[in-house]
Write a protein that binds this ligand. Sequence first.
Ligand code: ADP
Length: 369
Amino acid sequence: MNKDTGESTLPEKNIASRSIEPPLEDMAGIALESANVGIWIMDPSTLKFLPSKRTKELFGFLPEEDMSFEDAMLKVADKYRRSVVQAIENAFNKKSSLYIEYPVIVVSDQKQRWLSVTGGFSSSTVSDSYFSGIIMDITEQKQSDLRRSKFIGMVSHELKTPLTALKAYVQMLNNWAKKQKDNFSIGALSKVDKQVRKMLNMINSLLNLSSAEAGKIHLNKNNFQLDLLIKEVVEETLFITSTHPIAISSCASVNVNADREKIEQVLVNLLSNAAKYSDKNAEIEIGCSLSDNHVEVNVKDQGLGVAPADIEKLFLPHYRVESKETEKIAGFGIGLYLCAEIINRHNGKIWVESEPGKGSNFKFTLPVS
Ligand code: ADP
């Protein structure tokens, strides 16, 4: 307040009295940079890439240095580069929005820095459209996720040993009850067996989550027949979850070189999701088809389906669709993340074709030799 005139000297007053206001885009840019958020723009026709100063910093470049899209991709940790490029190409081809998380190796601080990237198109016509978005440093959040998942890994490991012993004893008792023709015990033990198997599946997921988040999924590859594994998993799923009929559509005999236990987990996750997210008794279909260099497996349900905005995030850790229908369905949001990690580690692809209310068709490929 000015003592003599009684007028306010606050800066807003001065700004308000300016005749020219800065454009909204500039102000948004300044606000984002001050919040340590990087901005980038890409011209889809020329592939010209324009990063802001903060974006360059996040990739380990100096603000005055040039940074092309290829330069940025070279900083992405080797294991993630392929899936990052794939996600960007996918967003480009489908003109859809983008959300990815990945680590970059920044030599100056000798550390992995985790980034999250969002992107979208400015208009639906190709000619005048720009692909742009923001980049954020999410290293701290990732480190705390890592500490949590290490703990989960340790606990699950401890839980697995007694549960495996329990499973073996239940099977022994079941054999004994069969010899004695004790129908009551046979029925009760079969129920215990189902629950123990469900728990073992959950524990295996938690164990794999902890190795996936540490970037250490270890593959124990062997040659096996995928069509036989599919049959086994369908039988096991029908035993544990008898609420939905499962039909095996065409599935030719096919040999793959892969980690049998982990592919089994992918199939178990996809089939149990198909049952979880569709009405009781609605049929689930599983099939596989062979092409030149890969086999494609698909798990189709007639359930809730997934909205386009959720599709791209479905395979991220802990992502769950929030809706009236899903709020009563229990889950941790890690099943699909694990499926994606396992399939990517096998150099395969995983995706979903779905529409809300019209069911989902989850598909994955595996290379065949
Ligand atoms: P969870 O089922 O434990 O929540 P997932 O990672 O397996 O975790 O799935 C992530 C989310 O994807 C689920 O919360 C659900 O909203 C959605 N989803 C997965 N499978 C299906 C499906 N077959 N149909 C509809 N939505 C699905």
